[in-house]
Design a binder for this molecule. Structure first.
Ligand SMILES: *Cc1c(COP(=O)(O)O)cnc(C)c1O
Length: 433
């Protein structure tokens, strides 16, 4: 590959002015607007493999990967072929197809805690439905949520911690009534003591605890040793369901997700991103006895006009079949380790204080000198330094997440050469901030 082409941003700027006239903030999901780093968002013309091309013809090595789904890179030939073939036979029927069964079989084979699965259209829908099912199944109302974890824009989970350690939360967005978050308790990530305190106080009212096993939406924060196991034990002891939100980590940190990596057996698991192969898909699944409480078998209502649609299922099947080769994850691990080490050395070489985290092909460079283990420590980062680093990398042809509090994702399309080039760009970027 020749050096990345740099051609200014006039077309993206014009496109952004147009989009701002008709879309709130010019975008359909807030982080795309570059609010966390300033500047004009790049409008994307096309992408192939690890390379994004914007409207002006600038090329970037992409570490966003559509925020996680594209573990095989953009427009992977196998996924493109599967979706094209499906599209020619109709994009949606609102009736069952064998592709849904096939993708369910693949998910169940990959994630042993899942015996039955329901497909939805986004990660948000998956967590929203899993919580409804947990409440319906247990006949209890209280949900424990972990601070800094993101589960989509589900009303009951758009919540900030209350004033005391074990008090009920308050809405973190206008438009969410107090009544909706008043049954949600927020606890600190990586603190089993916080979880113990809530269970001690409210144990017999708790329907479920939901957590990202590897936090990926406050940067990448791995779980402390024993933390996830401990949460599961607490749930079991109190008759609450343990829900792992693996929308990001599922099929990302290994074929069996974080639960495969750490040997966990949650009651329910939420999936999305990778299982849709880049199309809009979410899923939730778990023990058959719980899942069978869903409509039409059981009383807990859940439905979707486009759920399990043939294009999304075809993309997901092609994706999971490609990921079934164990060599894929070994390869991703090696490349991701090389990138993470290179970034850490580059930061150290330039004397920029940073803290680096990584699990498999998800990683983060936090602009802070202390360790980052939870939301409070993540918030200590110098977001302005991150913004300068981000723009310098962008100028150097590397597209990182336009926010400090996101992960970088490596795909199978990130060749050794692209990773080496990324590290070179990082040396310059660290030196320039
Ligand atoms: C992305 C994400 C979601 C939300 O998924 P959407 O498809 O954006 O609704 C939920 N949980 C986690 C852990 C995520 O990373």
């Amino acid at each position: 590959m020749s050096p990345p082409k740099r051609r200014g941003t006039a077309k993206s700027e014009e496109a952004y002015r147009s989009s701002c006239r008709v879309l709130p903030g010019g975008v359909n999901s807030p982080v795309r607007a570059f609010g966390g780093v300033g500047g004009t968002p790049r409008f994307i013309e096309k992408a192939k493999g690890a390379i994004l091309t914007d409207l002006d013809g600038n090329e970037y090595i992409d570490y966003v990967g559509s925020w996680g789904p594209l573990i095989l890179g953009h427009a992977d030939d196998r996924v493109v072929a599967a979706v094209s073939k499906a599209l020619c036979h109709g994009s949606s029927f609102g009736a069952p197809t064998v592709r849904e069964t096939r993708l369910a079989e693949l998910v169940i084979a990959g994630v042993p805690s899942i015996e039955k699965v329901r497909f939805v259209n986004s990660g948000t829908e998956a967590t929203m439905s899993a919580i409804r099912l947990a409440r319906g199944y247990t006949g209890r109302d209280v949900v424990i949520k972990v601070e800094g974890c993101y589960h989509g824009h589900v009303d009951a989970l758009l919540v900030s911690a209350g004033s005391g350690a074990t008090t009920f939360g308050t809405p973190s967005s206008p438009g969410v009534p107090e009544g909706v978050t008043s049954a949600t308790v927020v606890i600190r990530f990586n603190s089993l003591d916080a979880a113990r305190a809530v269970f001690a106080e409210h144990g017999d009212r708790i329907a479920c605890l939901v957590v990202e096993p590897i936090a990926g939406n406050m940067g990448c924060i791995p779980p402390a040793d024993g933390y996830l196991q401990g949460l599961g034990d607490l749930c079991r002891a109190h008759g609450a369901l343990y829900i792992l939100d693996e929308v990001m980590t599922g099929f990302r940190v290994g074929y069996g997700g974080a639960q495969g990596l750490y040997g966990l057996r949650p009651d329910l698991t939420c999936l999305g991103k990778i299982i849709g192969g880049g199309l809009p898909v979410g899923a939730f699944g778990g023990r058959a006895e719980i899942m069978d409480r869903l409509s039409p078998l059981g009383p807990v209502y859940q439905a979707g006009t486009l759920s399990g649609n043939p294009l999304a299922m075809a993309a997901g099947i092609a994706m999971l079949e490609a990921l079934g080769d164990p060599g894929v994850y070994n390869d991703l691990e090696a490349r991701s380790a090389r990138l993470a080490e290179g970034l850490e050395q580059a930061a150290r070489g330039a004397g920029v204080p940073t803290f680096h985290t990584r699990v498999g092909s998800m990683m983060c460079t936090f602009f802070t000198d202390g360790p980052v283990t939870d939301y409070t420590s993540a918030k200590r980062c110098d977001t302005e330094a991150y913004g300068r680093f981000f723009h310098s990398m962008l100028e150097g042809g590397v597209y990182l997440a336009p926010s400090q509090f996101e992960c970088a994702f490596v795909s199978t399309a990130h060749t050794d050469e692209l990773i080496a080039r990324t590290i070179e760009a990082a040396k310059e970027a660290f030196a320039s901030i």
